[in-house]
Design a protein around this ligand. Structure first.
Ligand code: AMP
Ligand code: MG
Length: 339
């Protein structure tokens, strides 16, 4: 079995280079910036804040993400999430909010997004990278503890039924990006964050040029399958089968599980990128749409007004929802229409 690290530093460097290249060299005082690189939520992260001369705001953003990581880690024994998973209850405000959003997105995606899959992920060995293929009987037994109906929200508190455990991996980075975006907005600053597979832009670039974000080629960590160009604040979040996986025989088993089978999703997609105003919405939907597959994902998009998406299928073909058609370049693609 072979395993692959979630995102290579090289990809990140390339991605940031592409995302930010128009600004490099723009060293006039009013468009200078501060970069902060760090490791959190099991991935490489990077924030760039414009006009943050002493780096204090970038440092605040890093602190926000690190604090959230400490609360939401499913592997850290004393995190608020692990304490919830052990005791069955918490009043942690971030966890309560994520559970509320998760329940909403679970309903929207017909259960494809499910925060209770931690025991199944553990069976497949994803959290600790001790990959294995569980038998049908083992997965069958897990059914008893998996399901969003085992998570209960009361006024400010979260309760779990016996044996149920939550994993915020599908939402945490998008939620962190939203907190950082608000922090920059409050300070009337702009910037770009790369939190693992999540890109968040805040405001317009001070030099008036577009943000340019590369969408990774699923087969080549050093290449882009498409390029997205836009202005303003957007979350651009990708879920893909190349981000964490193992292979056995000629099959690839990826870290995104289908709640119906408790096994790695096999929906014919290599990746889904969701573009939305909210980071946590884009994060939850990219995971959920990956499980649903392109046809059902497009059905959901046609009923929705709050996101656009880019799909890369197993054959490498790219499909772009019509709201992004004018923003995507450097690839051939089919446009999905609403009508
Ligand atoms: P993402 O990278 O945002 O697509 O989220 C994937 C992570 O969310 C995985 O590493 C698991 O921790 C968790 N996860 C896997 N499958 C699901 C699912 N169907 N719904 C919710 N969370 C999931
Ligand atoms: Mg996600």
């Amino acid at each position: 079995m072979k395993n692959v690290k979630r995102i290579s530093a090289l990809l990140l460097a390339l991605l940031l280079c592409l995302s930010l290249c128009a600004c490099v060299g723009s060293q006039t005082p009013d468009i200078s910036y501060h970069d902060e690189d760090f490791f959190a939520m099991d991935t490489v992260m990077s924030v760039r804040v414009y006009v943050d001369h002493d780096g204090a705001v970038s440092e605040e953003l890093r602190q926000i993400v690190e604090d959230l990581d400490k609360e939401l880690s499913a592997s850290e024994k004393n995190s608020a999430l692990s304490l919830l998973n052990a005791s069955g209850q918490t009043d942690n405000a971030h966890i309560a909010e994520l559970c509320r959003l998760g329940a909403e997105l679970s309903a929207r995606t017909d259960g494809a997004l499910d925060l209770t899959l931690l025991p199944a992920s553990r069976s497949w060995g994803f959290p600790d990278k001790g990959y294995r293929i569980p038998g049908e009987e083992e997965l069958g037994e897990l059914r008893a503890v998996v399901g969003m109906d085992r998570l209960h929200l009361t006024e400010g508190a979260v309760l779990l039924d016996e044996g149920t455990a939550l994993d915020m991996g599908a939402l945490a980075k998008g939620y962190a990006a939203d907190l950082c975006r608000r922090q920059l907005e409050d300070r009337k600053l702009c910037g770009i964050l790369s939190l693992g597979g999540n890109i968040q832009t805040v405001g317009d670039k001070p030099d008036g040029t577009d943000w340019v974000v590369g969408i990774q080629n699923p087969d080549d960590a050093n290449a882009f399958a498409a390029v997205l160009t836009f202005k303003g604040s957007k979350a651009v979040v990708t879920s893909g089968d190349y981000q964490r996986y193992f292979t056995s025989g000629d099959r690839r088993y990826c870290h995104i599980l289908d709640p119906k089978t408790l096994s790695p999703a096999q929906s014919g997609l290599r990746s889904v990128t969701v573009v939305a105003d909210s980071g946590v919405l884009a994060d939850g939907l990219s995971t959920g749409l990956f499980v649903l597959g392109m046809d059902r994902a497009l059905e959901l998009w046609r009923q929705s007004k709050d996101f656009e998406a880019i799909f890369i299928a197993a054959d490498g073909s790219v499909t772009v929802t019509e709201g992004l058609a004018d923003l995507v370049s450097q690839c051939e693609f089919t446009v999905a229409k609403r009508g």
